[in-house]
Design a protein around this ligand. Structure first.
Ligand SMILES: [Zn+2]
Ligand SMILES: [Zn+2]
Length: 154
């Protein structure tokens, strides 16, 4: 399928330059607006041929987008759409979550015991440790007596 690329021409009187919002980095000049436009069309064709020769897909044309996951070019229904399908969107998010490294072993911030975390952010070895840490934080914040002292009173 042939892509349509927009061409913008800006003139300064003696010379004209052309560029395309769809093909960044590709520019052309000419003595007249028509010449700049014709040179630009040639420059884009040359650029696209070069990409295809390198085994890369041509940039998607006006009103179309390349899916960042499967590289399929599609026409997005809204400007917020980035992926060609819900499947691609979900897969891409899953990929981000999977890419987060989970350390093999880390030290519990509460009791200092080494443990294997289940999530990248796990800081405590167990639920009791996490609760205790949260409780200490809370009591420290409100300036109340430490946990041990209050527990012995009951
Ligand atoms: Zn896709
Ligand atoms: Zn612990």
């Amino acid at each position: 399928m042939r892509e349509k690329y927009r061409i913008r021409i800006e003139g300064t009187g003696a010379s004209f330059s052309a560029w395309s919002p769809d093909v960044p980095g590709c520019v052309a000049t000419g003595r007249t607006a028509d010449e700049a436009g014709a040179n630009m069309r040639e420059a884009i064709a040359f650029h696209v041929r070069g990409l295809v020769a390198d085994g890369q897909p041509p940039p998607p044309g006006f009103g179309r987008l390349a899916c960042p996951r499967c590289h399929k070019v599609f026409r997005p229904k809204s400007v917020l759409r980035k992926f060609c399908s819900d499947t691609c969107r979900r897969r891409a998010w899953e990929g981000v979550a999977m890419a987060r490294p989970i350390p093999r072993s880390t030290k519990c911030r509460e009791c200092g015991k080494a443990f294997r975390p289940t999530r990248a952010h796990s800081a405590y070895c167990s639920l009791p440790c996490r609760r205790r840490a949260a409780h200490v934080r809370r009591t420290a914040k409100f300036g109340r007596a430490p946990v041990a002292a209050r527990r012995s009173k009951r």
